[in-house]
Design a protein around this ligand. Structure first.
Ligand code: SAH
Ligand code: SF4
Ligand code: F3S
Length: 452
């Protein structure tokens, strides 16, 4: 039977697939693209693993423990396969791209598909169904899946991710992303606007524009170039009731123009995620981040001047190669000076074949990395609490996302500043905007009362 006929035969049976996602928001959105591609080929999505004919796992390689988690899941899928020998397992995403054929050697894996090869999935599945293990990890200079409307896998129907670019050209010395995702490329603006309009019409009220470095978004057509600030403004004009967020901004590229665009458009949320990684200029240089501590703090000062009600969050790496106590203390002092509202904090994890793996020794002992990370976390908890305490007494507009996990009498949502807030349900529903008076807080959550 030819492959075309094979696909036809499957279609008649409507085989089901299940997809599990690890890693960043871009991976969440990629799983939605994968779901769209497979549904268009008449595969049926299931949320129950025991119903699935095919299990996909969309993976992350950013730190060693991200990969460990995926290996753990593959062990579980191996057991599932014993119960159901016709079950197929496909590894997608960054680990597929990094480990390639090595994954096929592990017995449990039938397909290995990198982030730019998802259009090939129906073909690879058809081949796997006739016993041919398949791999496609080709990276592309053009692929942005621009024409595909992702099948939304979120549960709330209120907030969605929209990728505006793929890949990364920054070559931070510690990072696998340029290798697993390939070169940076931007998506045509009209396809972004179309997707955002469709989301609004379906009832979504918050969209997060995604890219590894959104500030370098650039689209040229008929000799006119659109940059990120201009794109953001266009998207903000889709509807004043649609909230906009974006991630991630790179400190070397975050422009004043972007801040002024945010100030002009009230539906662009008052929150900037600006990963600093380290407070020591010496370490930043080794990391190839291309900015100094002073430049970073100048950007923070500018945000505070142009957008005084904006929250700022960051990413921090503890225990990078050669980091001394003095460098670490620079990180702590920068955190205090910036007064971050929130931070994602990690121990440095050496990734094979990156510049640091090739040229530096991972020389901060594991216990010392953990100690420094714990110090950073303890400080951030204090800073988050202080930032939240400043919210007490304020009135904030909250977009309701759903029922609070702790009580069915309470709802949760987010303020424009990206702070999670819990308040009494009354008659509000997901997708409503509610004015809430903030009454108390913890370091992670605000608690308030609706004003009307
Ligand atoms: N493109 C974004 C972040 C992508 S990865 C940016 O540049 O900000 C998310 C975060 O993971 C990074 O900001 C960094 O803090 C962390 N990270 C990346 N590689 C890492 C590594 N090898 N070890 C520890 N943390 C790492
Ligand atoms: Fe990695 Fe740096 Fe690119 Fe972020 S900007 S994805 S940290 S290389
Ligand atoms: Fe992980 Fe790849 Fe995202 S390594 S953080 S899933 S781009």
């Amino acid at each position: 039977m030819s492959i075309a006929l094979c696909i036809f035969a499957q279609n008649m049976e409507n085989k089901t697939f299940y997809i599990e996602t690890y890693g960043c928001q871009m991976n969440v959105n990629d799983s939605e693209v994968v779901a769209a591609i497979l549904k268009a080929a008449d595969y049926r999505l299931t949320e129950r693993i025991n119903e699935a004919d095919i299990i996909f796992i969309n993976t992350c390689s950013i730190r060693e423990n991200a990969e460990q988690r995926v290996w753990g899941r593959l062990d579980v899928f191996r057991l599932e396969k014993r119960r159901n020998p016709s079950l197929l397992v496909g590894v997608l995403g960054c680990m597929a791209e990094r480990l390639k054929e090595d994954l096929l050697g592990k017995g449990v894996v039938d397909m290995v598909v990198g982030p730019d090869a998802y259009r090939q999935l129906p073909l690879l599945v058809a081949e796997a169904e006739v016993g041919q293990k398949g791999i496609n990890v080709l990276l592309s200079r053009e692929e942005t899946y621009a024409d595909i409307s992702p099948v939304r896998l979120d549960k709330n129907g209120v907030s969605a991710f929209v990728s505006i670019m793929r890949g990364c050209n920054n070559m931070c010395a510690y990072c696998v992303v340029p290798y697993t995702r390939g070169a940076e490329r931007s998506r045509p603006p009209e396809t972004i606007l179309r997707e955002v309009r469709e989301l609004f019409d379906k009832g979504y009220r918050e969209v997060t524009l995604l890219g590894q470095n959104v500030n370098s978004y650039s689209w040229t057509e008929a000799s006119a170039t659109m940059n990120f600030a201009q794109l953001l403004e266009q998207v903000a004009l889709v509807n004043p009731l649609l909230r906009l967020r974006f991630a991630t901004s790179h400190p070397k590229d975050m422009s004043d123009e972007l801040l002024h665009t945010m100030a002009k458009q009230p539906n662009i949320c008052r929150h900037i995620h600006l990963p600093v990684q380290s407070g020591s200029s010496r370490i930043l240089e080794l990391m190839n981040r291309k900015y100094t501590r002073e430049h970073y703090l100048e950007r923070i000062a500018k945000i505070k001047a142009v957008l005084p009600d904006s929250a700022i969050s960051t990413d921090i790496i503890a225990g990078f190669c050669t980091e001394t106590l003095e460098d670490h203390n620079y990180t702590l002092s920068l955190m205090k000076e910036a007064g971050f509202d929130q931070a994602f904090m990690f121990q440095y994890s050496e990734r094979p074949n990156t510049k640091t793996a090739r040229h530096f020794k991972d020389d901060v002992p594991a216990e010392e990395k953990t100690r420094r990370l714990n110090e950073i976390i303890a400080l951030q908890n204090k800073l988050s609490l202080q930032a939240n305490q400043k919210e007490i007494g304020q009135q904030r507009e909250v977009l309701v996302e759903g029922l609070s996990k702790r009580s069915s009498e309470q709802l949760f949502g987010r303020t424009s500043q990206n702070k999670v807030i819990v308040f009494p349900k009354k008659n509000y529903r997901s997708g409503d905007y509610v004015q809430v008076q903030i009454e108390r807080c913890s370091s992670a959550t605000l608690f308030g009362l609706p004003l009307d």
